[in-house]
Design a protein around this ligand. Structure first.
Ligand code: GUN
Ligand code: FE
Length: 434
């Protein structure tokens, strides 16, 4: 077997700090050793005790002034939207029409899709993100392009074809029947292949007919382990529009509920304007919400009330929502999450923040049996963070006395520059500067 050990400070989460409190939520080794064999973690602990026991000939890779953490999990991102990041002056519905739909139209061309998929995955890995739940476009070839690229890198990824059969330009719509048939073909081709999973992906309620939503629910029942990925209650105008389109339903979430789209492995992006009953229903069904603070700020959508969702037992992960969001970096996204929660008197302690970006995300995706932390048996997806990423970070961390302080400052100041190296299934998939 191929065995390698990595020596640096080591930190990973064991539980939600909300559930266990204090030190028990995480495990930290100031001089740690992570032993990886055939793509999985086999041991982690103090270098002092593990190094002498390491079999002869095992290579030890040493990092100075570095912190190893689990690979980041992005629970909501659009790979075809890199080209619209930072588009000026609009909120959700105008932003979709003016910038986003035209950009997605170009993915009818498989060569463009392949090109963008490669660029997108490189960008994720440069930022330390090893797993993501990904929107493609309405074109099946955009899904093939994405999965082909992810498979080559052996990444644990979830994606699916967008379903959209109304209220969008002709060049971006399918029909209830063609969307269903194309989804089935993609599921057969990709779901469960290597580390890949398929997500049934109606864009959001306004762009699907009732028949398309019904068939989405039917698909979920036809194959085990499928995800459901969509948007929910992001923007006030959007919510009013859903009320007009589905007057027979009691609200936005009830539209999805009616078509049997809630449940474990259902992930709803945003959810910033939910009522208590909707939060309760999300919690009761094991559904997850993707918290997308950079996008919710950039598009002026609103502030997510994390405490309320968690109070109802809703699983919450962190999403960049590129290209409504503005950064691929989960560190940067946490910095905005902190500010959004500060505005609501909630704050976000650094261990909870790390949890959201790693184990919490893995739990939201029901993948915590495989990824999310570095316990023996888990897949070896991890990131080496650089305590000397920039002159300012070097200076600020020099002033920090505790791990919590260092972690928090890294989150507030850090981004892709703080990612020295990224590993997926034990293989280096990005090294800064190379
Ligand atoms: N709602 C429907 N489509 C989209 C999208 O592409 N981005 C965001 N942020 N919200 C959406
Ligand atoms: Fe989105």
């Amino acid at each position: 077997p191929q065995t390698r050990a990595y020596r640096a400070a080591l930190l990973h989460c064991l539980a939600d700090p909300r559930e266990v409190g204090g030190e028990a939520s995480h495990e930290y080794f100031a001089d740690g050793l992570l032993v990886v064999e055939d793509g999985r973690v086999v041991q982690l602990g103090d270098s002092g005790s593990l190094l002498p026991k390491l079999a002869a000939g095992v290579e030890v890779v040493e990092y100075a002034d570095a912190l190893i953490v689990p690979g980041f999990v992005d629970t909501h991102v659009h790979y075809p939207q890199m080209g619209v990041i930072g588009s000026y002056g609009t909120q959700l519905l105008d932003w979709l029409e003016t910038y986003t739909f035209p950009a997605e139209g170009r993915f009818a061309d498989p060569a463009h899709a392949r090109d963008q998929a490669g660029l997108f995955l490189r960008e994720l890995l440069r930022n330390g993100t090893t797993t993501a739940l990904v929107f493609s476009t309405v074109h099946p070839q955009s899904v093939d392009a994405f999965f082909e690229a992810a498979e080559k890198l052996n990444l644990r990824m979830i994606a699916g074809k967008v379903l959209m059969d109304r209220n969008a330009p002709d060049y971006l719509t399918d029909t209830a029947e063609s969307g269903y048939a194309q989804s089935r073909a993609l599921i057969e081709r990709w779901h469960g292949k290597g580390r890949l999973h398929y997500a049934v992906t109606p864009r959001f309620a306004p762009t699907s007919t009732p028949e398309q939503l019904r068939l989405a629910g039917q698909l979920l029942g036809e194959y085990p382990g499928l995800y459901l990925h969509t948007h929910l209650s992001e923007n006030r105008q959007e919510i009013d529009w859903v009320r007009q389109l589905f007057p027979e339903r009691s609200g936005y979430l009830d539209v999805y509920d009616h078509y049997r789209l809630l449940g474990a492995r259902s992930v709803f992006a945003h959810g910033v304007h939910l009522c208590d009953e909707e939060c309760r229903r999300l919690g009761e069904t094991g559904s997850a919400v993707a918290f997308c603070p950079t996008s919710n700020l950039f598009l002026g959508s609103g502030l997510l009330d994390l405490a309320r969702l968690e109070g109802h037992g809703v699983r919450v992960g962190l999403g960049t929502d590129i290209g409504g969001g503005t950064s691929f970096s989960q560190l940067h996204t946490l910095s905005d999450a902190y500010k959004v929660l500060q505005l609501q008197g909630q704050s976000l302690d650094p261990f909870k923040a790390l949890y959201l970006a790693t184990l919490g995300g893995a739990r939201a995706l029901y993948l915590d049996d495989r990824i999310g932390n570095l316990q023996p048996g888990k897949e070896a997806d991890f990131v080496v963070l650089d305590y000397r990423a920039t002159p300012l970070i070097t200076h600020r961390l020099g002033e920090a006395r505790t791990l919590a302080e260092r972690l928090f400052a890294l989150m507030i100041l850090g981004d892709d520059r703080a990612v020295l190296e990224t590993f997926a299934a034990g293989r280096s998939v990005h090294r800064r500067g190379s």
